[in-house]
Design a protein around this ligand. Structure first.
Ligand code: SF4
Ligand code: SF4
Ligand code: SF4
Length: 251
């Protein structure tokens, strides 16, 4: 059997997602099986013909746009990896902070911004076959996706809120402590990772399909949490969502 060729591509982002995928490929023994891996962090910057192209980061420059179109032409499956690629995560802060400040805020460094444009998510430019949510995605989901593709099986992710996992784990609700948690509208799958460490959910996995703005606002009202805190929380990862716009417009 031919080896499955996997390529890792990084657009405008921190490359944390690619590192996570490499970690899973190594630790789960995929590289000892029928998989070969290539990419900027491994061996080459070239766009190779491949079975699975994992793409992280935002489409934020002309170079990114040309690169993803070339990747699409040479890849059987494209996987949008992480909050940047799927929901125009952190760097969408540029929408509210401006280009230079937004980049400084996210990366804690100054970058040459003259080639940057308004950041886009991956499927604004090319067709995406699979998605891995999170910042970065969970190891078990990366493993499940690769295994599903290898075995020709479908790959499904939860379509319920983080609150469900939180309650299954018996964790105390942070909204009752006045903390602005976005678990009621965020797609589950991380096993309520942040809440387990006493931090509110920031929405890094994006909205689940049935997420409703009125229910979220009502929960904040019931718990006497200032709506401005909700707006600030939504601006971190979910600034591009229509739900955020609804909350802001109905302030
Ligand atoms: S989703 Fe998070 S970990 Fe992945 S590239 Fe973007 S900022 Fe980095
Ligand atoms: S709002 Fe946050 S802390 Fe409360 S149940 Fe939902 S995920 Fe858990
Ligand atoms: S709790 Fe929320 S912010 Fe934290 S990992 Fe899960 S989805 Fe992301």
């Amino acid at each position: 059997m031919d080896k499955l060729r996997v390529c890792l591509y990084n657009l405008t982002g921190c490359e944390g997602c690619a590192l996570k995928i490499i970690e899973v490929l190594v630790e789960e023994g995929f590289l000892k099986e029928n998989i070969e891996v290539h990419g900027h962090l491994v061996d080459t910057d070239e766009v190779l013909y491949c079975d699975i192209a994992f793409i992280d980061g935002l489409v934020a420059t002309e170079h990114d746009i040309e690169l993803v179109k070339e990747i699409r032409r040479r890849s059987r499956y494209i996987v949008a990896v992480g909050a940047c690629a799927n929901i125009a995560g952190l760097l969408a802060l540029i929408d509210s902070l401006g280009l230079t400040k937004g980049i400084e805020y996210v990366y804690k460094t100054r970058l040459d911004v003259k080639h940057f444009s308004k950041p886009m998510k991956l499927d604004d430019v090319v067709r995406v076959d699979y998605r891995l949510y999170g910042c970065p995605p969970q190891s078990n989901e990366i493993k499940q996706l690769i295994t599903s593709i290898m075995m020709g099986k479908s790959f499904r992710q939860p379509d319920s809120p983080v609150c469900r996992e939180c309650r299954e784990l018996g964790l105390p609700c942070l909204l009752k402590e006045g903390k602005p948690c976005l678990g009621p509208v965020t797609r589950a799958g991380c096993r309520a990772l942040c809440i387990r460490y006493g931090m509110p959910c920031w929405g890094c996995r994006g909205l689940f399909d049935e997420a409703r703005y009125d229910k979220l606002v009502e929960l904040y009202r019931e718990n006497n949490i200032d709506k401005q805190l909700l707006v600030e929380a939504l601006k971190l990862f979910l600034s591009r969502s229509s739900l955020t716009q609804q909350v802001i417009e109905n302030k």
